[in-house]
Design a protein around this ligand. Structure first.
Ligand SMILES: *[C@@H]1O[C@H](CO)[C@@H](O)[C@H](O)[C@H]1NC(C)=O
Ligand SMILES: *[C@@H]1O[C@H](CO)[C@@H](O)[C@H](O)[C@H]1NC(C)=O
Length: 287
């Protein structure tokens, strides 16, 4: 649907313009700028994850909160951002397996997470409290073999964007460089895989927007979005997109397509950044 909308905008734009370049603020596009952050709350340890579901209906803005990166299976749920800020919890879930890292994602009512000390991905339904699927992510390093720069068993990063569900990890076969796989949300089967040349251990974090993976170069002060990999064209680019790492240590950074925002866990602070996407279309002047 998004792609169709985007193509309509493009053709309209092309008909109207006689200039050689047409800029669009489109439904999907390239990351240009990161603004903020706004600090939503200060809570928990230095390392954790929090998120909303990009596929939830607009009236439903539940927040999920998973403090710490190891030895825990407790997920806290809040009915809204306001309840989250005031600490009014609506439900607590006890997962069947402990998680590893902070790179979980909630997508279409289910939590996807990496089971501790394994390369197994678990799909857990909040509605039924059951595991709907679990599957090993073949060849994926785990348990601090290929973590992000901060460590914390952050080997396997699950994320969602406008196009679907993704896993970002590294393998020996790709020399410890980042591998991106598109996952089937029901079965967790890998549908397609791309190999990048960016070392996972030198990446601070990564997030996916419109099928492009963006990688930061550090989790510390001065971090910026340094490299991007477009899965549509299988090409990479070096980028220089700064963002304000207000509390000096980022252990989670994930894009939410519904809100067009980045959720981050910044040293025990839950913060949100806004992103600006642009579509640049070059047109030929035939006349
Ligand atoms: C979300 O889940 C519903 C069923 O609960 C399903 O019908 C729908 O196709 C799912 N959407 C996506 C994008 O997976
Ligand atoms: C993001 O943009 C929205 C709408 O313009 C605004 O309400 C919100 O405060 C912004 N958030 C951040 C983190 O800048």
């Amino acid at each position: 649907r998004l792609v169709e909308e985007e193509e309509n905008m493009m053709s309209r734009c092309m008909k109207k313009t006689v200039l050689s370049v047409c800029f669009l603020i489109a439904a999907c596009g390239k990351l240009m700028k990161i603004t903020g952050p706004v600090t939503v709350k200060t809570s928990g340890t230095r390392f954790g994850a929090w998120m909303t579901d990009p596929l939830a209906s607009p009236r439903n803005n539940r927040v999920w909160y998973m403090d710490t990166y190891t030895n825990s299976k407790v997920v806290r749920e809040y009915k809204s951002m306001t309840d989250f800020v005031s600490g009014l919890e609506s439900r607590t879930y006890y997962l069947p397996f402990k998680w590893a890292g902070t790179n979980h994602v909630v997508y279409n009512g289910s939590l996807y997470y990496n089971k501790e000390q394994s390369n197994i991905i678990v799909k857990y339904s909040f509605e039924t409290g059951r595991v709907l699927a679990q599957r090993a992510l073949e060849y994926a390093g785990f348990h601090n073999v290929y973590p992000y720069t901060w460590g914390g068993f952050s080997d396997i990063d699950l994320m969602a964007d406008e196009l679907g569900l993704w896993a970002v990890y590294a393998t020996n076969q790709n020399a410890g460089n980042i591998v991106v796989s598109e996952l089937e949300p029901e079965t967790l089967e890998v549908q397609r895989t791309w190999n990048t040349e960016y070392s996972k251990r030198n990446a601070g974090e990564s997030f996916m927007i419109c099928g492009t993976l963006y990688i930061t170069n550090s989790h510390l002060t001065g971090a910026k979005v340094y490299y991007s990999y477009n899965t549509k064209t299988s090409t990479y680019e070096y980028t220089d997109i700064p963002f304000h790492n207000q509390y000096f240590h980022i252990s989670m950074l994930d894009y939410n397509a519904r809100e067009r925002a980045l959720y981050a866990w910044n040293n025990g602070h839950q913060v949100i950044f806004n992103v600006t996407l642009y579509h640049v279309i070059k047109t030929e002047d035939d006349s």
